[in-house]
Design a protein around this ligand. Structure first.
Ligand SMILES: *Cc1c(COP(=O)(O)O)cnc(C)c1O
Length: 422
């Protein structure tokens, strides 16, 4: 980097008060679980680039799949045309997903996949001749993306939602049904809003960006049962949890449920390219299958089913078939459970929890995030605490040495920061 703030002039950073934040680090290369910086430092990545790089960086099989596709046909419009990479990917996703989740709509980001799911649910009712069913029941603590519709189903108290309240459609919010009382409250809310609700949306097993808050499979099963009882489609946002992160290929499988609509993105291309999918069960799809042109699903992103991204996703699925990703996720879970346990009960530490390849330490109060981030950099690890948590979501392929370094860094850095809070 040549100046102190190289990206001040032209680049606008995500979720960053650029005037206060230290300048971003310049990454020049990646390999395995490592990020190489311009100044020569090499960081062990504890985040897998926002949970995308499940096979580690620069996996040769994905590179090869993309290179071949790049030479043949990098992109072609999807209106009126189709292509083998998309056909193959849709068929493979349908085969991997539970039940008759067989109808795959591609888009280019998680937020858009959620927008498509919301639109699918709303239009499903319109196509069945029922207007007025436009609201969605969502859960407190949830996160579903940054576009307007997706924001409207994020936690209602969280800063961004409240700030943009005036722009957003109003939705119905409930607590996750973790107790008999809360189950009853959810049941009543579903009954009370029955005529205006189009769907229920949930992040199965883990509310990710809302603070890595986990719930047991029975809670998810309860949500599915109540949605069904009230005749509402359930949207499972597996954008974070999909592709092994929770120890099963999809989180829904642990509860034995089949949601009506399911969203995938983050790890879909193994961390290489933007791609998302909204997948519907046959009953949902059939509401759009009609003699009426206006009953068609009204969505179509320009780069829908981009062949390069589909090639990357197909290569990523090959790796799930040929390499022991789920075993690796479970091995990481054991290491987290052992390695992070000693932080439990320390002054200023509220909770330590793990699920699959997710390890979380929660502070009793919001910590000094800038100090934490700097301490992790001193340890040579890329860990990005937010809110009141430090979390690890490494590549499922992370070498045990690198994993131990991440855990050692957390175990070394957290106690001092936590003690300062208590
Ligand atoms: C990241 C995320 C999204 C949004 O995906 P983008 O690709 O950032 O738009 C939506 N839902 C969940 C659960 C996510 O983790």
């Amino acid at each position: 980097m040549t100046s102190d703030r190289p990206s001040k002039k032209n680049l606008w950073r995500p979720y960053t008060q650029m005037r206060l934040a230290p300048p971003p680090l310049e990454a020049v290369a990646t390999h395995g679980s490592r990020i190489v910086l311009a100044d020569g430092r090499e960081l062990v990545d504890g985040i897998a680039s926002w949970w995308t790089a499940v096979h580690g960086y620069n996996h040769p099989h994905i590179a090869q799949g993309v290179a071949g596709q790049l030479a043949r046909m990098p992109h072609v419009m999807f209106g009126g045309l189709t292509h083998a990479p998309a056909e193959r990917l849709a068929a493979r996703l349908a085969a991997l997903l539970p039940g008759d989740l067989d109808h795959v709509f591609f888009s280019d980001s998680g937020s858009v996949a959620v927008e498509v799911a919301l639109k699918m649910a709303a239009q499903m009712w319109l196509n069945r001749g029922m207007s007025g069913r436009t609201k969605v029941l969502a859960f407190r603590g949830g996160y579903h993306g940054d576009t307007m519709g997706a924001m409207s189903v994020c936690d209602p108290e969280e800063g961004m939602h409240r700030r943009f309240g005036a722009y957003l459609p109003s939705q119905v919010f409930c607590d996750l049904p973790r107790s008999p009382a809360k189950t009853e409250a959810l049941d009543s809310a579903l009954a009370a809003h029955r005529e205006t609700l189009a769907a229920v949306i949930v992040e199965p097993l883990v509310q990710g960006a809302g603070g890595m808050v986990m719930h047991p499979p029975e809670v998810l099963a309860t949500i599915a049962r109540l949605a069904r009882r009230h005749g509402l489609p359930l949207i499972a946002d597996e954008i974070f949890t999909g592709f092994g992160r929770t120890g099963s290929l999809f989180a829904c499988q642990q509860a034995g449920i089949v949601p009506d609509i399911l969203c995938l993105s983050k790890a879909l291309t193994g961390g290489t390219m933007a791609l998302a999918a909204t997948i519907a069960r046959t009953e949902v799809f059939d509401s759009f299958w009609s003699e009426d042109p206006a009953a068609a699903l009204m969505h179509g992103p320009t780069f829908m089913a981009n062949p390069l991204a589909c090639a990357a996703a197909n290569a990523s699925l090959d790796l799930f078939e040929t390499e022991p990703r789920l075993d690796q996720a479970r091995a990481i879970a054991r290491r987290f459970a052992d390695g992070l346990a000693e932080l439990k009960g320390l002054p200023g530490v509220a909770d330590v929890r793990t699920l699959g390849a997710i390890g979380v330490v929660q502070f009793a109060h919001a910590p000094d995030l800038a100090a934490l981030k700097a301490a992790f950099l001193d340890w040579g690890v890329w860990v990005r605490p937010f809110g009141d948590i430090v979390y690890l979501t490494p590549a499922l392929t992370i070498p045990m040495g690198d994993l131990d370094r991440l855990i050692a860094a957390v175990v070394a850095v957290v106690p001092g920061q936590a003690a300062a809070l208590s």
